[in-house]
Design a protein around this ligand. Structure first.
Ligand code: NAP
Ligand code: MN
Length: 275
């Protein structure tokens, strides 16, 4: 394949990003690659994990044939393998591309609205949350169509394995290896008393199990899908499952997942010889 690949570059507007994008664009051009923002084979994102998330949503309808590559111009990311000073390496890897990729699970959310049969579908790379700001959110939680708990609090989060290092982690969720096909539910400030009782621990469900939230009637819920916020009409039901679509990354080299977690969150300085 190599230079026959059609490339799209998706980037944020930070000055060091723009510099990297100029360098990348002219390097790719010299190597004979074509650019096609509408129907690319490869989407190169330049920026951070947030930049990759926004590219994912832009190309969500083309996941069956698009592969992503993430370049980071800030700190090490989870969707971004390449540093801005490695762009020549990246171009060389693209030249000898043979279609290699790694795929990760995505979250499918179906919302059913009150007073109508209408449903909407959303695809998430990190997570979806339902929150209420003014007063508490109340919702019954079902796993595999069976009642699990009554939640009352700020909100609930359902995340993908690759999203487990994002919002879910801040909510006390476990970090999941992205090879696992599993969804994780985390609570946002649950109230626990005799009426509302939750497990008060993150829950990881198996790949074939669906999760349902039925919130109490209210019209001020906020639904989030990755970085997008949707202020919604009254929701009757939210249903979560692993999507049939997956995201594909063009993988030209491998970084061990736990090394990445360590590098991103713990840092090389904390290593101490134990005696
Ligand atoms: P943002 O507010 O700039 O992102 C928050 C941080 O999350 C950024 O440092 C971002 O990295 C990082 N991040 C995104 N995806 C990640 C992942 N899979 N693993 C580890 N870190 C990740 O907004 P954004 O950049 O558009 O990202 C949206 C995401 O922010 C949401 O999907 C949610 O996961 C996260 N978020 C977190 C909290 C929280 O932890 N309290 C609250 C709201 C949203 P970059 O700087 O590289 O972009
Ligand atoms: Mn960001």
């Amino acid at each position: 394949m190599g230079p026959k690949l059609k490339i799209a570059i998706h980037n944020n507007r930070k000055p060091n990003t723009l510099k990297a994008v100029n360098y990348l664009r002219s390097g790719l051009q010299k190597s004979g690659f074509r650019f096609d923002n509408r129907h690319p084979d490869i989407v190169i994102t330049v920026g951070g994990d947030g930049t990759l998330l926004s590219a994912f949503h832009r190309y969500a309808a083309q996941l069956d044939h698009v592969r992503f590559v993430g370049v980071h111009t800030g700190h090490l990311g989870f969707y971004t393998d390449w540093r801005d000073y490695e762009l020549d390496h990246l171009i060389d890897a693209l030249k000898v591309d043979s279609g290699q990729s790694v795929a990760y699970p995505l979250l499918d959310v179906t919302t059913t609205y009150k007073n109508s049969r209408e449903q909407a579908h959303f695809l998430c790379l990190n997570e979806s949350t339902i929150k209420r700001l003014g007063s508490t959110l109340r919702a019954n939680v079902y796993i595999q169509d069976s009642f699990f708990e009554s939640f009352r609090g700020d909100g609930l989060c359902v995340s993908t394995p690759t999203g487990s290092t994002a919002y879910s982690k801040s909510l006390g969720g476990a970090v999941l290896h992205p090879r696992l096909e599993a969804l994780q539910i985390t609570e946002i400030a649950s109230i626990n008393n005799r009426v509302y009782r939750t497990l008060s621990a993150p829950v990881v469900v198996a790949s074939d199990e669906n999760i349902v939230f039925k919130p109490s009637p209210a019209d001020d819920y906020v639904l989030t899908v990755d970085q997008l916020t949707l202020n919604h009409r009254p929701i009757e039901k939210l249903e979560y499952r692993i999507a049939k679509e997956r995201i594909h990354f063009a993988r030209y080299r491998h970084m061990h997942f736990w090394d990445r977690v360590e590098e991103a969150f713990i840092g090389a300085n904390s290593h101490e010889e134990l005696s």
